[in-house]
Write a protein that binds this ligand. Structure first.
Ligand code: ACM
Length: 738
């Protein structure tokens, strides 16, 4: 939503014959205008051509004009006028022309299929960004993305007027940037043993998962981004999240031992040794980083540096005392300060996560605040510039809906609306402090994003909500207005090939036993937006199918295949059809998302590592406690229970507390699931041995007969054994009458 829009009487119709005239001869302006024309060519039926303004009189044309005296003065700003005589985009700088072109593309793409021409209402837009840092962080360490995919992401970001890609290039599980002076960083540090779903990517659990970016590739990406007015801010994380570096050069570490490149997710204790030799290494890495990345800002991490190894090391303790420092946090500040000062000497500014704040890093260091509200408040009080990147709201590795077909991720749900409603200004911040907020950023950590398709799903559409928070004045904040603009945004993304998530609009089904012999089915969607239409014959719903208005009453005695989809008022399909089988058996079936966790210690939604090809099941599971509850299960006439289970590799050593991991004695060598009545200590209803399930890596359905039980009861279901030896998860549980 632009900063200011004024509607006028009349309109202008753009056809493929409308000339696009550029009044500027600088290459960046030419790129901006050509990009507008090319993108429009992808997202509409209009095929425009750019001509040099030169001596041509701008009649009935789209005019792009670079004018140092243009009215809108803010960086990135532009004005866009549509009158019956034509369209004019004016800006002081090429970036303004680029963003003006993006906005004009938006105005031209409702009715995008009209070859005869698109009528645009007469209006005047004056527009500029609220924040100068409008970012997305991409973690290429946990999972790796191709150059071609990152270029796609950059292009799509630029269409949302985002201007920073924070590139997380190093972590425990991979070092992804080639550093010629230290070749082992990518020879050793860019490969790890395939973990979990990685095996599906490499083709075998025995094939390592590898990848890094060469100098040439980085230069290509940086240039591609710059053309789209995106700065790539590289991150080399230190002193923690450094296991891949220490695996490459053990002398970088405290113990001198060589760890493997990390395969467990979480916070680990392999820290860089904070001495002169390490700093020499870091300086050399920074030399290469500065040579490759023109960004003023260089991110040096600083997060989650658990000091176990530092505390245990006499050499590190002696170094701390020699520097006159009181504790290891101060030693981290000292280390970060050395790196920040090295960057400052070369005209660059260090950025660090908010754990760098113990009061001693230079005030010129930019703080990226992920701990709300404390991190940001503290940083602002200390006078730092701050980028707001609050966990969990802006952490896109959190899944965006509780639909069973949502891909894996971390709870809780961070919805499209949650991101849209994010307020980047901490309450109580003074005007001086607010001036230090550079902007906002969403972060895509990729532990659970093994493929680019998963990344796209996590990023889009929530990044559009973030983009509006970052660009538009707070006064324009309007969730319903934003929703109204989503269908055309989705249509553009569809034309561009963006694999966005429809989770916010997808129909969800709630089944409940109804009056005698019926089942009540309520349909809804997360955003409460659009019209849900459904069929009962298994066909795909269209706008002509039955509109949903109130809960359906369907017969329990036969099976109905209910399919529902969501449509915008113009008929655009906002969410693809979802299917629900409705019959009595459905009321006696639960998937893992419909069961409760017994303790909610560390619940994740995880993907099975098998099958290697094709769709893999996703389970909601507490990785510290393999225990589920089915509240008020209807047990009348139930004779058997079927449990479909899968086994997942354990790679969470660093996210869990060993003391809290629940282990249960096994009655047989392979272990078993037990089902107890009413509570986990209640009467044993069934035992389901796992011997058969351990013979395959695929899902297995176990069936047990249960004694006749009346009425509804809570059921407690748990697996014996230790989750660290292999994590059992329930895919589906069915109560069977025969
Ligand atoms: C972070 O999430 N470790 C910055």
């Amino acid at each position: 939503m632009p900063a200011q829009v004024t509607r006028h009487a009349g309109s202008f119709t753009v056809t493929s014959a409308t000339p696009v005239l550029l009044y500027s001869d600088d290459p960046a302006s030419r790129f901006a205008v050509q990009h507008f024309v090319d993108t429009l060519g992808q997202t509409s039926a209009l095929r425009l051509h750019v001509a040099d303004g030169g001596s041509v009189s701008p009649h009935a044309a789209i005019v792009f004009q670079l004018d140092p005296g243009a009215e809108v003065t803010q960086r990135g700003g532009y004005s866009l006028d549509v009158s019956p005589q034509g369209v004019r985009v004016i800006a002081r700088t090429p970036v303004g022309l680029y963003y003006g072109g993006v906005t004009l593309g938006q105005l031209l793409t409702p009715n995008a299929d009209r070859k005869a021409g698109v009528e645009v209402p007469a209006l005047q837009i004056q527009d500029w960004p609220r924040f100068q840092w409008r970012g997305l962080m991409l973690d290429s360490a946990r999972h790796f993305q191709s150059i071609a995919d990152i270029e796609k992401l950059l292009d799509w970001m630029s269409l949302l007027k985002l201007n920073v890609l924070h590139w997380h290039l190093t972590d425990d599980q991979g070092w992804r940037l080639q550093i010629p002076k230290y070749p082992l960083l990518t020879k050793i540090g860019a490969c790890r043993k395939a973990v979990g779903p990685d095996a599906a990517l490499t083709g075998s659990p025995d094939k390592p998962y590898c990848g890094f970016y060469t100098d040439a590739e980085v230069r290509q990406i940086v240039q591609y981004a710059a053309q789209r007015h995106i700065t790539i801010v590289p991150e080399i994380d230190m002193p923690g999240h450094a296991q891949a570096a220490i695996a490459s050069y053990p002398w970088l570490g405290v113990t001198g031992e060589r760890p493997p490149v990390g395969t467990d997710w979480g916070i680990n204790t392999w820290l860089l040794k904070p001495d002169a030799r390490t700093l020499k290494f870091v300086d050399a890495v920074m030399d290469e980083v500065m040579a490759l990345f023109p960004s003023k800002y260089i991110h040096i991490g600083g997060d989650e540096a658990a000091k176990d190894q530092w505390n245990a090391s006499p050499a590190v303790r002696a170094h701390m005392h020699a520097l006159g420092l009181k504790n290891m946090d101060q030693l981290q500040d000292w280390f970060m300060t050395q790196v920040a000062e090295y960057l400052a000497k070369h005209g660059r500014t260090a950025v660090g996560w908010d754990e760098i704040l113990h009061g001693n890093v230079p005030a010129s260091t930019v703080v990226m605040s992920w701990h709300a509200p404390k991190g940001a408040e503290q940083a602002l009080q200390l006078g730092h510039d701050v980028v707001m990147s609050t966990s969990p709201t802006l952490y896109l590795d959190h899944y965006q809906s509780d639909l069973h077909d949502e891909p894996p991720g971390r709870p809780d749900v961070e919805s499209l609306e949650d991101v849209y409603d994010y307020d980047p200004v901490p309450s109580g911040a003074t005007a001086t402090q607010v001036a230090h907020i550079l902007g906002v950023q969403a972060n895509l950590w990729t532990e659970y994003m093994p493929t680019f398709a998963r990344a796209e799903h996590a990023v889009f559409p929530r990044i559009a909500a973030l983009a509006e928070v970052a660009w538009s004045p707070a006064a324009t904040h309007d969730w319903h207005g934003f929703l109204d603009r989503m269908p055309v945004e989705f249509a553009r993304w569809r034309a561009l090939g963006v694999d966005y998530a429809d989770s916010a609009f997808a129909p969800a089904f709630a089944l409940q036993a109804g009056a005698q012999g019926t089942i009540d089915v309520a349909l809804s969607n997360q955003a409460g937006f659009g019209a849900i239409h459904y069929t009962t014959d298994g066909s795909a719903p269209t706008l002509a199918s039955m509109p949903y208005s109130k809960p359906l009453s369907l017969p329990a005695g036969r099976t109905t295949t209910l399919r529902a989809a969501t449509f915008a008022s113009d008929g655009f399909e906002l969410a693809a059809p979802r299917t629900q089988t409705v019959d009595a058996a459905a009321l006696r079936t639960r998937n893992s998302d419909q069961l409760d966790s017994c303790t909610n210690q560390v619940v994740l939604r995880l993907e099975d590592d098998r099958p290697l090809q094709g769709k893999r099941p996703v389970y909601k599971v507490d990785i510290e406690n393999m225990c589920w509850l089915w509240k008020a299960a209807p047990l009348d006439e139930v004779r058997k229970i079927a449990l479909t289970v899968g086994n997942l590799p354990w790679n969470f050593a660093l996210w869990t507390d060993n003391a809290k991991v629940v282990k249960r004695p096994k009655a047989t060598p392979a272990g078993e699931f037990q089902i107890h009545l009413d509570t986990c200590k209640g009467p044993l209803l069934a035992t389901l041995p796992l011997a058969a399930a351990t013979k395959t890596k695929l899902q297995t359905t176990l069936v047990a007969t249960i004694p006749a039980t009346q009425g509804t009861h809570d059921l407690c279901i748990f697996a014996s054994g230790d989750p660290r030896d292999g994590l059992w998860a329930i895919g589906k549980m069915q109560l069977l009458k025969r």
